[in-house]
Design a protein around this ligand. Sequence first.
Ligand code: MV4
Length: 530
Amino acid sequence: MSAKKPTAPATRSIRRVLIANRGEIAVRIARACRELGIESVAVYSAADAGAPHVRAADRSVLIGPALASQSYLRGDHLIEVAKQLEADAIHPGYGFLSEREWFARAVREAGLIWIGPPAEAIAAMGSKTAARTLAIAAGTPVVPGTTEALRDATQAAELAAQFGYPVLLKAAAGGGGKGMRVVRAPAEIAGALESAKREAQNAFGDDAVYIEKYIEGPRHVEIQILADAHGTCVAVGERECSIQRRHQKMIEEAPSVAVSPELRKRMGDAAVAAAKAAGYVNAGTCEFLLDAHGDFYFLEMNTRIQVEHPVTELVTGLDLVQWQLRIAAGEQLPFTQAPEPRGWAIECRITSEDPAHGFLPSTGRITALHLPSGPGIRWDGGIEVGTTVGLSYDPMLAKLIVHAPTREAAIARMRHALQELVIEGVETSCEFHLRMMDDPEYQRGAVDIQWLEAKLPALLGAPAPEETVRAAAVGAVLLAERDRQGRARQVGNGGAKGAARSAAADAPGAASSEERGWARLAREESLRRR
Ligand code: MV4
């Protein structure tokens, strides 16, 4: 009798998944479950009663008030709910509890299947210095710098002289740009170190700061990997994510104009090596900086499904969320290499932010929604008519994703899709996305991580896209017509009242504009806390 090679975790079937998230990603996960014949349980806060993600699932449970810390972030309670409803697995989506090591561990210790990487891999990648150490050991290129926290300003100055200015001070516990300072001259380093440490302490409760050579004007290119529990780890291609503002991505693409098949292979190998060094299992993403010479540097690994996963799905034909579920159930990946990307995919993150007013979050009730459709158009959304958009959660309402044979065709398709899209009731980023699609630099792919912020004034100042002007003109005529008819009806029964009310509402200091001022303050406050 031949001894069978022990295969790590035997396949466990997943019959019911609790989705510990909300919005578009919760809807996305519910759909993946349905396609796999798995039941889903949605959880929702009081602010999300009747939200699309609730009806997308087979069952739903109210878990608390709007405040995330009392609902979507209550890990212990979510595990209790999962057990009560006899779910055998938890999918965390992105954000919220998705990268909390303690939650992944608690889920496992409760005897539930965690649809994500092992707690140990989350921990290993959670510390940026630990992640650098792992990457270096794996032979993955990292930016020249330290893997240990700086002792003091003297040591920082010595190291900066060694790497050469400019340098970047980074929080070891960081991510998302918090606790980061660019230092361009020796005189600035002591002050920058002090303020980076203070910010890191406040944001993460850990003031460890390390130093790297600062890479000027790189692209942000990330590699999606899939790793099963049997030792197969595959890079399934890159995403170009350079178009961001304040560390919030606005457009993502697959593939990247800057990545050749040869570079794709090298970056893919580097990502797989880093993932394997961390004992990674499930879907994950290695972030790289790619400089103008084509040199790339590992930054960090995101140990979750990401917002922008659909662009990879469209050019590879893989369903990444289904693979997350299948890998967690113990299935083996049936391939060891991904095909070259097919065609081009672009994603626009549609947010309830007002680009014309400093991207302030806009609130309200969705009163009208018309979705684009047709060949190569995908809408991953978490809103519908009647949805209330408040300030409790992330302002991303949905993602509009297109796929076409070439980048040029994908941009054209996105333009037309954005023109078809109608969202009324809140301000959105829709028209701003249209302006970016029309930008010649964007069309040439001549972008880096600084591009959008430098380009903002020009993009905001640009005349409104022609179609928008036409639509606004048509709208104005229709409104004028409605007004005219309304006045005609009101003649003789106090028709002036309505006019007086709206004039008062627009007057400075009127109750409603005070409310608007208050709401604005609240929004600004929420922005500062992000
Ligand atoms: C860098 C860098 C330049 N040089 N490291 C931003 C947050 C964290 N993920 C790392 N980040 C950066 N690290 C060196 N040595 C520039 C950034 C950076 C950035 C990176 C990816 C996407 C957007 C960014 C925006 C500003 C700065």
